[in-house]
Design a protein around this ligand. Structure first.
Ligand SMILES: NC(=O)c1ccc[n+]([C@@H]2O[C@H](COP(=O)([O-])OP(=O)(O)OC[C@H]3O[C@@H](n4cnc5c(N)ncnc54)[C@H](O)[C@@H]3O)[C@@H](O)[C@H]2O)c1
Ligand SMILES: N[C@@H](CCC=O)C(=O)O
Length: 542
């Protein structure tokens, strides 16, 4: 074991590449896309460092071209989940005893591999498997993921440095940050490759072993991540990747006495059902499991009468429609002052008319497909309902087509009722609802925003009037875990805006922050006394 206190590299945000026509990165990304398209991959589970195949196969198809098969993958069952738990527990003693700087080095190397040789392959996998355009893939599977890894290493070092401030004469007080007793279950969503990677790696970084189950629609990039982890030297069994149905995996995981924590990102309904199961089974576990979940949102943009119309329109369009609105942070309800609405509407319709929709391999497309048939059908239903409902005007979009890919036109609904369904429920697609309010009703609108949905993830106020900004910031203090002033409500950057929401949106353990990493350790306080008493009597007894 090495001796010394080590400083870790100071993290900096990974620069975002532009992929402009003629650039080297564009050429390399295009080549990676073409190569991935030309092959049919065969994806296996990764358990204890072994590739595990089964006879039951699923297919990976690009959401924007669902007839093209990119890969087939092996579908596992409960036995594979148990094998993954066993492999994780077998790896645990050696992994948790590895000096922390050696663990750090592995995750820094993963960041380096993604920053360099794997950048285009991983971005291409995200573009094809999850239908993200080049820029959206770059900020997700390259930059945010690299930032998670580098910043988390730095936060880990900061956590280890934190020690009790007082050790009086004759005593040495110390705190040791133990990994959890058992394994951590990482249950990850489809929409961010960075999140899929961060949930297992953040727990593993702190010395834990992990069973990872990704969303079926994110398996293509998840499998590549495991290959990168291995190349960086992550020991076998530390992270085990299985492709099993969620409830099936849950039956094994949540009945295991060694279940020590869940790191979840996904929908609120799934998280709440998992929490209930854990509660019911609480007597079965050796330790109280850590329950960390970042879940749904119904994110808002509030436009005050003093706002800049161009800023407002751009924030709304990017906030609502980037990645087809499939960000938990996406703007899905906006409240616009009547005095500004004609101008903002004109600007929005002007820009919406220039949006191009299609596959991700054509870099001219701003809008791509939604993730799958289930999402497409759900969104189409909301749109059809809006068409039928009095009190709703569709001012843009409203069409959908799944003949080649799951395409939903960016759709803007103007609603008379601020509590209309699409103002309250998470749709998770390119459908934006607008409510126009009288400028004089600003205070009432703040109250409406705060009480309309059970979520509290992100929100934004756009205004030039500082009194309005101050009033909104205070009135909406519990309505969003990430609050933006004069900006869109998406695009949090690791190290700059730690991300997470409260109320129905999750436990607010802020992904990519020290707060999150603290959930994956169990501190042990150690007091050492150099000159312990040898007589029970108090001094005043004489
Ligand atoms: N707050 C955040 O940071 C954040 C970030 C990204 C996504 N999200 C949320 O995620 C959702 C979209 O992602 P999704 O569609 O992949 O979410 P999801 O809840 O459908 O799935 C998340 C994971 O849970 C699994 N799962 C589904 N049902 C399960 C069950 N009954 N038991 C056990 N596991 C189950 C899925 O297979 C997947 O791996 C949206 O609600 C979005 O707001 C939140
Ligand atoms: N962190 C991302 C959202 C992640 C959820 O899907 C953002 O801030 O836009």
């Amino acid at each position: 074991m090495l001796k010394g206190f080590f400083n870790v590299p100071t993290p900096e945000n990974e620069p975002i590449l532009g992929y402009a026509p003629g650039s080297k990165e564009r050429e390399l990304l295009k080549a990676a896309l073409a190569e991935a398209r030309s092959k049919k991959g065969d994806i296996s589970m990764h358990i204890g460092g072994k590739l595990v195949h089964t006879d039951k196969k699923g297919t990976v198809t690009p959401p924007h071209d669902h007839q093209h098969v990119l890969a087939q993958f092996s579908i596992g069952d409960k036995t594979h989940v148990q094998q993954a738990i066993d492999a994780a527990l077998a790896a645990k003693p050696q992994w948790e005893n590895l000096p922390w700087e050696q663990r750090a080095a592995i995750f820094l190397k993963i960041a380096e591999l993604i920053s360099g040789p794997y950048r285009y392959k991983l971005n291409a996998a995200t573009m094809l498997g999850q239908s993200k355009n080049a820029y959206q893939a770059e900020i997700d599977s390259a930059c945010e993921l690299i930032d998670f890894l580098r910043f988390n290493v730095s936060y880990m070092a900061d956590i280890y440095k934190q020690q009790p401030p007082v050790s009086p004469k004759g005593v040495w007080n110390r705190v040791e940050q133990r990994p959890l007793e058992g394994f951590v279950f990482a249950l990850t969503p489809f929409n961010f490759t960075a999140i899929a990677a961060n949930l297992p790696t953040s727990a593993a970084l702190m010395g834990n072993v992990v069973v990872w189950k990704p969303a079926e629609t994110q398996i293509y990039a998840a499998n590549l991540l495991m290959e990168i982890f291995k190349e960086a030297g992550l020991p076998d069994g530390v992270i085990n990747l299985v492709y099993v149905g969620g409830p099936e995996a849950g039956e094994v995981i949540f009945n295991s006495p060694d279940f020590a924590g869940i790191h979840f990102t996904g929908s609120t309904g799934v998280f709440q059902s998992i929490w209930k199961t854990i509660g019911t089974n609480i007597h079965k576990y050796k330790t109280y499991p850590r329950i960390v979940g970042e879940t749904g949102g119904k994110d808002f943009i509030l436009i005050h009468g003093s706002a800049d119309a161009e800023v407002s329109s751009t924030a709304i369009l990017r906030g609502a429609f980037e990645y087809q609105g499939q960000k938990c942070s996406a703007a899905s309800r906006t409240y616009i002052a009547k005095s500004l609405w004609p101008k903002i509407k004109e600007l929005m319709l002007r820009d919406l008319a220039t949006f191009k929709m299609g596959g991700t391999e054509d870099f001219g497309n701003f809008i791509n497909a939604v993730i799958d048939d289930r999402s497409f059908t759900k969104l189409a239903k909301y749109i059809d309902q809006a068409k039928a409902d009095k009190g709703v005007e569709i001012i843009a979009g409203g069409n959908y087509d799944k003949s080649k890919g799951y395409f939903i036109e960016p759709t803007v609904l103007v609603v008379d009722d601020p509590k209309y369904t699409t103002m309250c429920e998470e749709l998770f697609g390119p459908v934006l609802s607008v409510y126009v309010y009288d400028d004089a009703d600003f205070d009432q609108v703040l109250e409406i925003i705060d009480t309309t949905s059970p979520y509290a993830l992100t929100g934004a106020v756009i205004a030039q009037d500082r009194y309005a900004i101050d009033k909104a910031s205070y009135a909406l203090r519990n309505a969003a875990g990430n609050f933006y002033i004069n900006d869109k409500c998406t695009g949090a950057v690791v190290g700059q805006q730690p991300f997470g929401g409260a109320r129905g949106s999750g436990t607010n353990d802020k992904a990519g922050s020290m707060i999150n990493l603290l959930r994956w350790v169990s501190p042990r306080t150690i007091k050492e006394t150099f000159d312990p008493p040898k007589d029970y009597r108090y001094p005043f007894m004489g």
